[in-house]
Design a protein around this ligand. Structure first.
Ligand SMILES: Nc1nc2c(c(=O)[nH]1)N[C@H]1C(S)=C(S)[C@@H](COP(=O)(O)O)O[C@H]1N2
Ligand SMILES: [Mo]
Length: 410
């Protein structure tokens, strides 16, 4: 299924034929001694040419950048520009420009999965109700929430529908301000049988969507809200939330897919353990890797983002008269940042460690780079493996984040 989409559309690997390991090693000779060493270690071979270790970045200091390659088999789509209305609106963030210094997505480029309803002015969003199975029903005044709001740090948000067709642009990073949600629920004194919390937002639209169901709401356990550090967000990048990103109040559940991060929040409801899964949860069942479409919220696995990594840009350099490529990428997801990365340039190769990888613990992306000297021209399928103790990597395991590049000059 997923692998099918990788090879559909005439991607021809020059490694389709059976090739010997030695040939493959030559086929993707990696510049940078440390890297080459890693490759050979995993291949169980040694070579006379690679016993010196040099810094991965050092050669680029004396090189010249010729340009940046496009990824192959990714149809052109508008980037950093919103198009479409309401549920069919999209803005894809151009991740290819990311650098460690410019890692935070400016609000105007932050991805949009659903734009504000044209009926939003009809909604009363001046307060958020806390109700359902609670002893003290509450009405949280939005101005009050804004006053209580504190810095909540850097968090990446990724749409569960993020994929290669949109250059993985349904993913962005912002610095958030808000109010933790779990204490708000607790202060309403949930009844004994209120084991779950539904968060709902305004979701009536003027237009019927071609692809999405209206009605955004998600059900969590209180423990999930606590352990994720879920908060009602009031600001993004120290600016009041924009309308399209859920103003005045949206939910942010760090480490969960964007579909759980309800915008235009108007209701927080304590519900019983046997509460039905919401239509939004059901719509996103496959994309959040549920095994079927759960009827009950309690049968729904937490919609968390597993550790993942992608290349975001392939730079072409000339160093000492030779063409060298530099693969720049990011890693994100998981309860803790990845401990190590491995990269592979074609299915028949072994994975090699990404020597430059350093986990970032600030909530930002972890950046990595890999220098690469393909020995042959042709099409390469770049795939990574993320190593984090005790974490599943479901999407990485099925090649979901694979990217293809056509090398025409070596
Ligand atoms: N009310 C409401 N909230 C919503 C949605 C929606 O359609 N309606 N879409 C969800 C999905 S699928 C995603 S990925 C995120 C996207 O948030 P963003 O558009 O601010 O990036 O919002 C979530 N919150
Ligand atoms: Mo999404």
């Amino acid at each position: 299924m997923l692998f099918g989409s990788q090879t559909r559309g005439g991607v021809k690997s020059r490694f389709d034929r059976v090739t010997s390991r030695r040939e493959l090693l030559k086929g993707s000779l990696l510049a940078g001694g440390a890297l080459l060493l890693g490759l050979e270690e995993s291949a169980g071979q040694s070579s006379a040419t690679s016993r010196h270790s040099i810094s991965v970045e050092e050669p680029f200091a004396r090189g010249r950048k010729l340009g940046v390659l496009e990824f192959a088999n990714e149809a052109p789509v508008p980037m950093d520009r919103a198009f479409g209305a309401e549920l069919d609106c999209r803005l894809y963030t151009d991740l290819s420009k990311l650098t460690p210094k410019n890692a935070v997505t400016p609000v105007r480029d932050f991805y949009i999965r659903t734009a504000a309803s044209q009926l939003l002015s009809e909604a009363n969003l001046s307060c958020v109700k806390v109700e359902g199975l609670v002893r003290h029903t509450k009405s949280l005044n939005v101005d009050e929430l804004m006053k209580q709001a504190k810095p909540m740090g850097l968090h990446i948000m990724e749409c569960a529908g993020n994929d290669r067709a949109v250059h993985f642009g349904l993913m962005s990073l912002a610095e958030w301000t808000g109010v933790p949600l779990a204490p708000i629920v607790e202060s309403a004194d949930p009844a004994q049988n209120a084991s779950r919390v539904l968060v709902a937002g305004f979701d009536k639209y003027a237009n019927t969507s071609r692809t999405s169901l209206p009605g955004a709401s998600w059900i969590f356990t209180l423990d999930e809200l606590k352990s994720a550090g879920a908060f009602l967000a009031t600001e993004m990048n120290r600016e009041p939330l924009s309308t399209d990103h859920g103003a005045p109040i949206r939910l942010v559940v760090p480490g969960w897919y964007g579909c759980a991060c309800i915008k235009w929040v108007n209701e927080i409801r304590a519900v019983a353990d046997d509460a039905a899964a919401t239509s939004q949860m059901q719509e996103y069942a496959a994309r959040t890797m549920q095994t079927d479409v759960p009827q009950l919220a309690r049968d729904y696995q937490p919609a968390i983002v597993d550790p993942a990594a992608i290349p975001i840009r392939i730079e072409k350099w000339v160093i000492d008269g030779k063409i060298v490529y530099r693969v720049v990428g990011i890693s994100w997801g998981g309860r803790r940042p990845a401990e190590a990365l491995e990269i592979r340039f074609n299915p028949e190769e072994d994975y090699a460690p990404v020597a430059s990888f350093q986990p970032n613990r600030t909530g930002s992306w972890s950046f990595w780079t890999q220098s690469w000297r393909p020995r042959q021209t042709g099409s390469y399928m770049i795939r990574l493996q993320v190593k984090t103790k005790g974490e599943r990597t479901r999407r990485m395991d099925i090649g979901y984040y694979l990217r293809i590049v056509d090398i025409t000059e070596i």
